[in-house]
Structure formats: structure tokens, C-alpha cells
Design a protein around this ligand. Structure first.
Ligand SMILES: [Zn+2]
Length: 365
């Protein structure tokens, strides 16, 4: 049994029809959205790049989205004292709602399909899918690493719920929960929050990883991720921390100045497949990792954290759930920008040894 009770799940609609789902740890009251909102965005487009065999989302409406509003105009704070936000209730624990400025939206229309011009070189289709915002807390001035373990456990339940719901939506092929933290990496709102993308395709990074995993399996009969985890555990020089069910390590060929992968010891395709003990332990292991990262420099670390799950349909048996956190900050105040080689060629040049980063993170207990 889990050491934490399951949160109460309440679904409602915002004034423009977008869904909001609350995950309540306490008995909370939720109010109707009284705002007068413009029509919601109902369409985006994806275009196929035949040179990379990759889909690119074209969501030009995102140009107008909210950029770093003052704290008293934060759209993710609860609605209080007559100020109406994206969350119509006076208080909440964890709240998830459909993004007002989505990269993907709507369900697949069988009549629409792909439209190809120029002999198939210009292929486009509707950018169906779903983009959601996950608010981790009603407290504007905290961050994920400072949340109590019970709250992180509720966030994990919210991620699991959304993985199941979005994965069941027509046209969604991959569900990716992630968090961008820090204005240095393009965060447009300070309130502690993450996002979830339900993509209408398997994203390029996942596709490439899973093809490698499939090839390894054909060659060896074993799972590539499981082999890598075992090799990192055996080597030990890049292991950051280890709990009963999870191991965090800096990968052998880390691309980023700070990069840590967190793997469960049991191969599962996605978050819903974790048992209660693994979910409880994930809350502890992830907080421990974020705490170490926070103490790395004498200033908050900007980072991107992502949960890598199996696609909805493809590669289910080859995939291995894991979390990745990386930062572009190579020393206090110094950011690694994606320079010519990385942005032009996708060839990463790192100026730190992964073993040195792991040793520093190990000490920061
Ligand atoms: Zn706020």
C-alpha cells in the first residue's frame, strides 16, 4: 500500500471550454470560471521535414502568449480577492488545465488526414493532440525541490492520470510531462509549474533512442536501457545516488554541463506501470536529486526535467521509463549556449567530465 492516500480528482471546464482537473489532498471548494474569455485556439498544424524525417509544429498563435507578468498578475495563482486567473478556485493543491496557447490541440479528424503538395515534399496535417499546464502548488514563491514529499507524490499521481487520459485521446502517440525551470532557459512564468505534451507523433528524440534500443535487442536479446543502468551501477563513478527502487547517474556521454538520468530498477514502459512502492520512492529520489542540483551553485539552477515514457503504441516493449534533468549552467552565472556545432550540426561538445559532475553531486547530500 502507498504511504500516501490517493488525491481526490475533480474535473471542470474553464470559461472557454478548456478542461481543468484538480488533484486535491484536502477537501477543497472549486468555483465556476466567471471570466469573459476569447475563443480558444482550436487548430495548429504540423509539417514534415523530409530531410530529417521529422514533424515540426507550426503554432504561430503562441507569439502572443503571456511573458513574465508581475506576480500580482500571475495566471497560475488561485483566483482571490476579485482577481480572476486560469484557476477559478480560491485555493488548490495540484491543478492541471489545457494550455491556452497549445502547440497541439483537438482530436484526429478521419476526413482531414495528410495533405501533400509538390509531389509529397510539402506534407502537412492538423496538429492534433493536447498541451496541458500542471501547477505544482498554489504558492507562487516556491519551487519543485522545496515541495513536501506528499505533494510530489500527488504530482506523480497527476502525471499518471494525464498519461492515461492523453494516451487514450484519438491521435495522441506520445505523452511527455516536463518542467522548464528558470528564466535563463525561456520560462515565461515564475509560478512553479510544468507542462504535458500529448504529441500526434513519436517525437524525434524518443524515436532515435527507441530504434537504438530495438537494434541492441536484436543483437543481444537484452534491453539497452537495462544494460546501461547495470553498467553505470557496476562502474559507480558516475552514480549520484541510489534508493531502494531508483538510481541517479550522470550518463557516460553526457551532452550538457549538468545532466542526470534517474532510472527505476525494474523495467517499466511508463509511469502508470510503477507500483505504489516505486511511486513513493520516486518522490523521495526525485526530491533528493533536485535538492543536490539546487545546492550545486550558490544560485538556483535553471533546468529542463523530462519524463521519458514509452510511446502510446510503438516500441512499448523496448522502452524503459526514466527521468532526465539537464541544465545549461556550467558555472554560476555562465550558461552554455547551443553554439554552431550543437545547433547547426547536433554535435555536442562538453567542457566538463561527467565523472567530475557526478562526484560533486554525490557530495551534496
Ligand atoms: Zn503565481
Amino acid at each position: 500500500m502507498s504511504e500516501h492516500g490517493r488525491p481526490r480528482r475533480v474535473s471542470a471546464r474553464l470559461a472557454d471550454g478548456r478542461e481543468i482537473v484538480y488533484f486535491d489532498e484536502r477537501v477543497l471548494e472549486h468555483f465556476d470560471d466567471k471570466r469573459d474569455l476569447p475563443d480558444r485556439v482550436s487548430h495548429t498544424e504540423v509539417r514534415f521535414d523530409p530531410l530529417q524525417a521529422e514533424w515540426v509544429a507550426i503554432a504561430s498563435h503562441r507569439q502572443t502568449r503571456t511573458y513574465l507578468p508581475p506576480a500580482d498578475e500571475c495566471p497560475l495563482c488561485p483566483s482571490r480577492d476579485g482577481r480572476l486567473t486560469e484557476i477559478p478556485s480560491p485555493d488548490y493543491d495540484v491543478a492541471v488545465f489545457e494550455n491556452r496557447f497549445p502547440s497541439f490541440v483537438g482530436v484526429a479528424d478521419p476526413a482531414a488526414g495528410e495533405r501533400a503538395d509538390a509531389g509529397g515534399l510539402f506534407t502537412r496535417r492538423d496538429g492534433v493532440g493536447r498541451c496541458e499546464v500542471v501547477c505544482f502548488t498554489a504558492d507562487h514563491d516556491t519551487s519543485f525541490h522545496a515541495l513536501p514529499p506528499a505533494r510530489v507524490r500527488t504530482v506523480i499521481e497527476a502525471w499518471i492520470d494525464r498519461t492515461v487520459v492523453l494516451g487514450a485521446q484519438d491521435g495522441v502517440e506520445h505523452v511527455f510531462p516536463f518542467e522548464n525551470r528558470g528564466k535563463d532557459i525561456g520560462v515565461t512564468l515564475h509560478h512553479p509549474h510544468g507542462q504535458i505534451y500529448g504529441y500526434p507523433f513519436v517525437p524525434p528524440f524518443a524515436e532515435r533512442m527507441l530504434r537504438c534500443a530495438r537494434a541492441h535487442e536484436e543483437r543481444t536479446g537484452r534491453n539497452l536501457y537495462a544494460d546501461l543502468l547495470a553498467a553505470e551501477q557496476a562502474d559507480g563513478s558516475r552514480v549520484v545516488s541510489r534508493t531502494g527502487h531508483w538510481t541517479a547517474f550522470v550518463p557516460f556521454a553526457a551532452r550538457w554541463p549538468v545532466e542526470v538520468h534517474l532510472f527505476p530498477h525494474r523495467q517499466v514502459p511508463d509511469l502508470p506501470a510503477l507500483d505504489d512502492a516505486e511511486r513513493d520512492d520516486l518522490a523521495r529520489a526525485y526530491l533528493d536529486l533536485l535538492g543536490r542540483l539546487e545546492r550545486l551553485y550558490d544560485q538556483p539552477l535553471p533546468y529542463v526535467a523530462g519524463i521519458h515514457q514509452a510511446p502510446v503504441r510503438a516500441y512499448r516493449d523496448a522502452a524503459y521509463l526514466h527521468l532526465r534533468v539537464h541544465s545549461v549552467m556550467r558555472s554560476p552565472g555562465k550558461l552554455k549556449y547551443l553554439a554552431g556545432s550543437e545547433s547547426g550540426m547536433g554535435a555536442f561538445v562538453s567542457d566538463v567530465r561527467p565523472e567530475d559532475v557526478a562526484a560533486r553531486l554525490r557530495e551534496l547530500e
